[in-house]
Design a protein around this ligand. Structure first.
Ligand code: UD1
Length: 344
């Protein structure tokens, strides 16, 4: 039985939604986060939603002593590892910072887990590991390739985990969850995505245009071989993504296969174009989302959506929420917290 889960990066956008899901499932949650891209206020919000507060340590995963202290104090059954930098453009400008941070945090965490005999790990990987040479919908056994240092850290960590499991299969079981495009927010409107600077991702950008914080959306490319010429992605509600983590933990707890280091896609299996997202947002918010079609963004693929058969077979999990749910929850969060956690 998994009773106590440590979530690295648990104060962030995805981590906070995972914390809510695990707390609701009756688990104890220990968040370790250096708050480099998160706010401590999120802890009160999680408590307001669930009636329970996660334990929180402000610490960097690269700080071995700090991690040892936490593992010493709490009997951790499993770890969900989300801590890491995640901006594609920034990773191209500062590759060393990305490799140092994302790889070292993982290595230190793995050493401490080994020393304390913690044998279940869910790793936050990304559909970015499929690169741009695969046909859609993409299955887990598709060839991997990456186009930027951020993506390479995800792929390198997947490889590291495979090696670690191979070396001592009795000591570690891993689920590599390959996220498609997380969007939306908890339906309470209390937690959501809070980009520190100009959003890189579509959904937060659109919602800032809708609320009037930004003038217009630049749609990156109108000449892709898609129905309306704009890029197609598999948007998944962050609450569905979070429940995928809960099911992955339960699966790891029961799986008897040794050599378990299993990639699993978390998506809906359905793709929407940029203009479909824009129009869904306009409908839900009643606001106009002004946009302009500009050049393609370097490194973008035309179409990306998941084959979700494996998640359903192994985890008994599938996404339940629709694009309208994602948009209306993102909009509620945006309206209630126009400045994110900053001055709300
Ligand atoms: C991006 C990253 C991916 C990362 C993921 C989660 C790239 C190439 N990929 O995925 O590695 O795992 O975020 O953080 O950056 N779009 C616009 N205008 C905008 C923003 C986006 O038209 O201002 C379009 C994009 O061209 C794309 C779609 O919206 O077609 C989704 O973009 P985005 O939200 O940035 O996600 P990805 O690029 O799929």
């Amino acid at each position: 039985m998994i009773e106590r889960v440590l979530v690295t990066g648990g104060a962030g956008y995805i981590g906070s939604h995972i914390a809510v899901t695990l707390l609701r499932a009756g688990m104890e949650v220990i968040i370790v986060d250096n708050l480099s891209n998160a706010s401590e206020l999120v802890l009160d919000r999680i408590e307001a939603i669930t009636g329970r507060k996660p334990l929180f340590y402000k610490a960097d995963c690269r700080d071995k002593q700090a991690l040892q202290g936490i593992f010493n104090t709490h009997h951790v059954n499993a770890v969900i590892h989300l801590a890491g930098y995640k901006a594609v453009g920034e990773s191209c400008e500062m590759p060393l910072m990305y490799y140092r941070n994302n790889l070292e945090a993982t290595l230190v965490l793995l050493e401490v887990m080994r020393d304390f005999g913690v044998d279940k790990l869910v790793f936050s990987s990304s559909a970015t590991v499929y690169g741009d040479n695969v046909s859609m919908p993409v299955r887990e056994q598709a060839p991997t390739s990456v186009t930027n240092p951020y993506g390479r850290t995800k792929l390198m960590i997947e490889d590291i985990l495979r090696d670690v499991v191979e070396a001592r299969p009795e000591a570690l079981k891993v689920a590599l969850l390959r996220y498609f495009n997380p969007a939306g927010a908890d339906e309470s409107g209390l937690i959501g995505e809070d980009p520190k600077a100009t959003p890189n991702n579509l959904m937060p950008y659109v919602s800032q245009v809708a609320i009037g914080k930004r003038q217009k959306l630049s749609v990156f490319g109108g000449d892709y071989p898609t129905e309306d010429g704009t890029g197609v992605r598999d948007y998944i509600h962050v609450a569905d993504l979070a429940s995928g983590h809960l099911e992955a933990l339960r699966w790891l707890d029961e799986v008897v296969d040794l050599h378990c280091c299993q990639p699993i896609n978390l998506g809906t299996g359905v793709g929407y174009s940029v203009l479909e997202v824009v129009s869904a947002f306009e409908q839900v918010s009643g606001r106009q989302v002004t946009y302009e079609i500009v050049d393609r963004r370097a490194g973008d693929v035309a179409v990306s959506y998941a084959d979700v058969t494996l998640a359903s077979e192994l985890l008994g999990w599938q996404a339940e929420k629709t694009l309208e749910d994602m948009v209306s929850d993102a909009w509620r969060w945006q309206q209630r917290n126009p400045d994110g956690y900053g001055r709300s």
